[in-house]
Ligand binder design. Structure first.
Ligand SMILES: [Ca+2]
Length: 509
């Protein structure tokens, strides 16, 4: 396979960088497969670009399964973590995984909001911020993701976490449960567990409300909503688009006790990049003043990290079981054959990496998500290492439905990458941002993170150091690398409308 001209990922760097824990034979097989044999007859043909509006005879159903705060590392099939996710593994086995899917960052402490606003509007981070307060006008103009599909005859369905600045009930044909940003939290769930003190919190005790509010765990409610809709959908002739947005595994990390019991503390590993406190936590906006960071005590202990990770994994395994129920129903209702399934999350989460617990940082654990695609003709078990943004799912679905991509959509259909073709979605660099306090670029197997307020930089050779353990920013041998990444970041800032001036804080870059 010839590497597309647009890519700046060198063959060596990208192979090493993206290989991770992926079985080498998969990559080798991919590399040896000719473009024509990568194509499947059932995959939409390459002649239909994402800019065209070619009629399609039988539009496929679209099932979008969306998790909240689920890091890329929490799917067993990917080999990063000892966690049980048999149904997400099933998606990875049946379809194609994009191993390096990223969120672009956030203009707000509530990272969920920008991620979801980008997704529903198709606008990249700063362009999405520009219309955030007028998102309702996007809806009345008919520009939102489900509305574009409705225009092509899709029946659109929503249930679960919304967190977007317009009314879901008026955005979709059917909206079942419309949940807020997070289940209700209680003070008992913070600053725990403390050393040598009893833990007042229990993830399975319904007296703490949250996911237990209403009497049934919200992940189960969301799955049962989806199952009910699939029962209706089999009776109808229109294609459907389902946006099934679980609140899990966002905190409060609550799940039934049997899932918690699956993770005795001696099963849970402390991340290799554990730190008691992150050196720049205040200058980067991730100190004790940030809600997510207050969930565990400062300084962090290995015990606290294990307890939180146990509850995170338990909530994910419970979520996985609910996803399994939805997938089973899709199959038993005879809908699986003509349905594309996408699974991803709005961003990742630290839960004890680097002394951090939240998602308001630009390390891979917090920026990178799982991303699986299952559909007619999509290669089973394939891993694609080209970096993408998770919001690329939006124009991908539009292309499958035969909808012309509107000019304001800043993301790209993934269908060419699934076919093994060159595509604008094959990006040469990925950028990340948080407020005006953090910026990052991932390029050619390197990551540069900048903290303008601290005038501090971090440089990681991701290709050799995927855990981002060894900061090379102060090593003079890498000054040219830093400068190259910095210049590239300035170009991306211009491309994406990021107005933060980094040159004042980093005059030597
Ligand atoms: Ca989230």
């Amino acid at each position: 396979m010839t590497l597309p001209k647009q890519t700046c990922w060198s063959k060596r760097a990208s192979a090493a960088f993206f290989q991770g824990n992926i079985a080498l034979p998969v990559l080798v097989a991919l590399a040896l497969t000719s473009p024509s044999s990568v194509h499947s007859q059932a995959l939409p043909a390459g002649s239909r670009s994402e800019q065209s509006n070619t009629p399609i005879a039988k539009p496929p159903n679209l099932l979008f399964l969306f998790a909240d705060d689920q890091s890329f590392e929490t799917v067993r099939a990917f080999g990063h973590t000892d966690i049980d996710t048999p149904n997400l593994d099933r998606l990875a086995a049946r379809g194609t995984t994009f191993t390096h899917a990223y969120n672009m960052g956030s203009w707000s402490g509530a990272v969920c909001i920008p991620s979801r606003t980008m997704l529903i509007t198709g606008r990249s981070l700063w362009h999405a911020q520009a219309i955030y307060h007028t998102t309702d006008q996007e809806r009345t103009a008919g520009r939102l993701w489900p509305q574009l599909l409705q225009g092509r005859g899709y029946r659109t369905y929503f249930t679960g976490k919304w967190h977007i600045n317009t009314d879901a009930a008026r955005t979709f044909n059917v909206a079942k449960h419309i949940r807020p940003g997070m289940p209700q939290d209680v003070p008992t769930g913070y600053n725990r567990p403390l050393a040598n003190q009893p833990d007042p919190w229990s993830p399975s005790d319904s007296k703490f409300g949250g996911f237990w509010e209403g009497g049934k765990h919200w992940s189960e409610v969301t799955a049962e909503d989806a199952i009910e809709f699939l029962g209706e959908a089999r009776q109808r002739s229109e294609p459907f688009f389902m946006y099934v947005a679980f609140n899990a595994p966002h905190d409060p990390r609550q799940s039934p006790q049997k899932y918690v019991d699956q993770y005795p503390l001696d099963r849970v590993q402390v991340p290799v990049n554990f730190l008691p406190e992150y050196p720049h936590q205040d200058a980067m906006g991730c100190g004790p003043g940030l809600r997510d960071e207050r969930l565990a005590p400062f300084p962090r202990t290995e015990h606290a990290v294990k307890v939180h990770r146990r509850e995170y994994y338990a909530l994910i395994t419970h979520l996985d079981a609910q996803i399994g129920r939805v997938l089973d129903t899709l199959e038993s209702n005879g809908l699986a054959e003509n349905t594309w399934i996408f699974f991803t999350a709005d961003h990742g989460l630290a839960v004890g990496h680097h002394g951090l617990f939240g998602k308001q940082n630009l390390y891979d654990h917090s920026l990178r998500v799982p991303f699986m695609v299952v559909g007619p003709g999509v290669k089973a078990g394939q891993r694609i290492s080209a970096p993408i943004y998770l919001q690329d799912v939006m124009p991908t679905a539009l292309e499958l439905a035969g909808v012309q991509k509107p000019a304001h959509v800043g993301f790209h259909s993934l269908l060419p990458l699934l076919r093994g073709e060159s595509s604008p979605a094959r990006r040469e660099a990925i950028c990340g941002a948080y407020l005006d306090l953090q910026r990052a670029i991932i390029h050619e197997g390197w990551k540069l993170i900048l903290y303008p307020k601290a005038k501090a930089a971090r440089l990681y050779h991701l290709a050799e150091d995927p855990s981002e353990l060894t900061d090379l920013a102060d090593d003079s041998a890498y000054q040219a690398t830093k400068q190259r990444l910095f210049r590239r970041l300035l170009v991306l800032q211009k491309e994406f409308g990021d107005e933060l001036d980094l040159t004042m804080s980093f005059p030597n870059l």
